[in-house]
Design a protein around this ligand. Structure first.
Ligand SMILES: Nc1ncnc2c1ncn2[C@@H]1O[C@H](COP(=O)(O)OP(=O)(O)O)[C@@H](O)[C@H]1O
Ligand SMILES: [Mg+2]
Length: 373
């Protein structure tokens, strides 16, 4: 089959249909139907990874190694994520299949663009070739001396929310939103990445695994073992990311599930059946008890955030997932319309890129920049 990279950018592992994806547990919930798949690019044959020259290793994560590489044919610099397939005994792993499928479906200016799937010397070596993005928010914030400006945070949040709104519209839950999975290029554009845990909801709504989302960003319903969770779990993570952007420090850096829950309760107050119907039922399955914190102390953590900013944060960090704000609603929040207005991405400062292997000598440029909105 011929290859046309401009019109249909992705290689094939034959075609991927929803019925090919294993359902985690029995689907007993028949009244919800998943909407049809959005159009994904046509699947075509795979190129070999030999068409790329590896330049440097960017990062080794939970599911794969990521390299910066050059397309030998076009000279284009891309990122190559090698999927970890070796532990899989029975065929192609579900997580990788899902990751590829979700990334193909979700085309959006703020979602990392997949160029093609390339294969190595054997079928166990599979690579996702994506656009190269200079930074991820975690590494960037580690290098920065001061937090992002409010105008910059608004731009980052708007882009993130708009990417997640699209996913949720397609009935996809990302399930691993955190700063290291949010990439940012040197034009101030956010590119959501790492769809290793993403999955469609609806067709098999019942009994999803609650063991998703990195602990610090994990919603309370997941921590309490909820298996019928919804896309609202992504919005909780976005609340934690928003807080981290404001303070340049993680909001709830727990080391165990119990500590994680306690940190949340301590800041937001211990929930009850009145503010979160269903809470007691979830709690009844737990053998441990938590501190009884009467008050919500969120203001104390963000003394300089505007009332609107704090309102948005509280709506994202709402206990009851049914009452938690949606991505679409959050995009319309007054916080984004008040002064200082979101900064045009093209006005973002350029940061030296660790992923690019650039020396951090330019760091002082943004370490010393003046604090102004
Ligand atoms: N397209 C990309 N461009 C540049 N760096 C990337 C790209 N994709 C991922 N990375 C870097 O690699 C890291 C790990 O990638 P990720 O897809 O999150 O893998 P994992 O599933 O192992 O966490 C990211 O945190 C980021 O630093
Ligand atoms: Mg990751």
């Amino acid at each position: 089959m011929g290859r046309s990279r401009s019109s249909s950018p992705v290689g094939s592992i034959t075609s991927i249909n929803e019925q090919d994806l294993p359902i985690e547990e029995n689907n007993t919930n028949n009244y919800i139907t998943t909407p049809p798949y959005p159009t994904a690019p046509a699947l075509i044959s795979c190129r070999s990874v030999d068409n790329y020259e590896k330049l440097n290793r960017i990062e080794e994560g939970a599911y794969g190694v990521v390299y910066r590489a050059r397309d030998k044919e076009t000279g284009e610099i891309i990122a190559l994520k090698k999927l970890k397939l070796d532990k899989e005994k029975f065929g192609f792993p579900t997580t990788s299949l899902r990751e590829i499928q979700m990334l193909l479906m979700a085309k959006h200016p703020n979602i990392v663009d997949v160029k093609e799937i390339a294969i190595g010397s054997d079928i166990n070596k599979v690579f996702i070739a994506m656009e190269f993005v200079e930074h991820d928010l975690k590494s960037l914030m580690e290098e920065m001396e001061d937090p992002f400006l409010q105008s910059e945070i608004k731009t980052i949040m708007l882009q993130l929310l708009s990417a997640v709104a699209l996913l949720h519209n397609y009935w996809i839950i990302h399930r691993d939103l955190k700063t290291s999975n949010i990439l940012m290029n040197n034009k101030g554009q956010i590119k959501l990445a790492d769809f290793g845990l993403a999955r469609r909801f609806g067709s098999s709504m019942n009994k999803l695994t609650p063991l998703v989302v990195t602990l610090w960003y994990r919603a309370p319903e997941l921590l309490l073992g909820e298996k019928n969770y919804t896309k609202a779990i992504d919005l909780w993570s976005i609340g934690c990311i928003f807080a981290e952007l404001v303070n340049k420090a993680p909001l709830f850096p727990g080391t165990t599930e119990i500590e994680q829950i306690n940190k949340i309760f301590k800041l937001l107050g211990t929930p009850n059946e009145k503010i979160w119907p269903g809470y007691e039922k979830l709690m009844s399955t737990k053998s441990f008890t938590f501190g009884n914190y009467k008050y919500n102390n969120i203001r104390s953590r963000f003394p300089f955030l505007s009332e609107n900013g704090l309102d948005l944060m509280s709506k994202l960090l709402t206990y009851d997932p049914e009452k938690r704000i949606t991505a679409e609603e959050a995009l319309k929040h007054p916080y984004f319309k008040e002064s200082p207005l979101p900064k045009d991405p093209s006005m973002f400062p350029t940061f030296p890129s660790k992923a690019n292997g650039e020396k951090l000598v330019l760091l002082f440029l943004f370490k010393k920049r003046k604090r102004k909105f």
